[in-house]
Design a protein around this ligand. Structure first.
Ligand code: CP
Length: 312
């Protein structure tokens, strides 16, 4: 099976079969990452540009190294030192990159819908690496891959997503992806950080951690995104931490083998305790490695590869 789409813009409009194809392909990609010689010739002659209008450590670097492990030529456009700072428009910037012969770009932008706009206006393949509060599909795919590795299935799990749902593209992509596997997705946090319309996506809303965590298989803790908050949406960080910081002693009502995920970067002592962050329940570091594997799989499939064809 091949990924029959030009772009990967979100998980809302992608089928369960396509998600499964990406997750299945990520498995042999992880083997490449874990061996001594981390190189496969699969994407030799292909070129990837990472174009990030917002800060990133994990996503941008993992796209770059994913391309390199598969022998693609990879270039990072440093937006902060580029001609964007001289006023060059997004459209002209993208056209300039296209004319250099790039095959695919991974892009992040603070404005929702930007990768979709770019995809309509370029022949390059476009991967959404996070757009505003809309979607972060590759994060959700690596979250799902991590859950699958531990639970051996994604079907019908109970998953709680904690914190800043309002601003979270990670939450939306996880909701879209997990719902396709019949998961019961719960969102929990202060009412000011949970938009009422989120229930239209089929999730259950909670305002209390102990109730939300009852019987859950997975807890995904979101970062408090202070950079996106125009007004104070909770009284203080201390009060937020008192009610919503996830720590080991808040996991009592969850299943014994509950997994705790965090997309990173973590605000220790605010949304997650340092003690839980460093415990064996927390999978944030595994998620980083899996992020490389999943992005290798996506690049491979988008360049025409098919399941079972992963070259060593
Ligand atoms: N999870 C995530 O998107 O991290 P970065 O902002 O570091 O890419």
């Amino acid at each position: 099976m091949r990924l029959e789409r030009k772009d990967l813009l979100g998980l809302r409009d992608i089928s369960r079969e396509e998600i499964q194809l990406i997750l299945d392909t990520a498995l042999p990609m992880k083997d490449i990452i874990l061996r001594d010689i981390k190189k496969a010739p699969t994407l030799r002659g292909k070129a990837l540009a990472t174009v990030f209008y917002e800060n990133s450590t994990r996503t941008r670097t993992s796209f770059e190294i994913a391309g390199k492990y598969l022998s693609a030529d990879t270039v990072n456009l440093q937006v902060t030192s580029s001609s964007v700072q001289k006023g060059e428009s997004l459209r002209d910037t993208i056209k300039t990159i296209e004319m250099m012969g790039f095959d695919v770009i991974a892009m992040r932008h603070s404005m929702s819908g930007t990768p979709q706009y770019v995809a309509r206006n370029t022949n390059m393949r476009v991967i959404n690496a996070g757009d505003g509060a809309n979607e972060h599909p590759t994060q959700a795919l690596l979250d799902m891959f991590t859950i699958l590795e531990h639970k051996k299935t994604l079907d019908d799990l109970k998953v709680a997503i904690v914190g800043d749902i309002l601003h979270s593209r990670v939450a939306r992509s996880n909701i879209y992806g997990l719902s396709k596997y019949g998961c019961e997705v719960r969102v929990v946090g202060p009412s000011t950080l949970i938009p009422p319309e989120i229930e239209r996506l089929g999730v259950k809303t909670y305002y209390n951690l102990d109730q939300a965590f009852k019987g859950v298989d997975v807890i995904n803790v979101l970062r408090i995104q202070r950079e996106r908050q125009q007004s104070a949406l909770f009284p203080s960080l201390d009060e937020y931490a008192d009610l919503y910081m996830v720590s080991s002693d808040r996991l009592q009502s969850a299943k014994d083998d509950v997994l705790v995920l965090h997309p990173g970067p973590m605000n220790r002592g605010i949304e997650v305790s340092s003690e839980l962050a460093d415990s064996s329940s927390m999978l944030v570091n595994e998620q980083v490695t899996n992020g490389v594997a999943v992005r290798m799989a996506i690049l491979f499939l988008m360049m025409g590869g098919s399941r079972g064809e992963v070259a060593n």
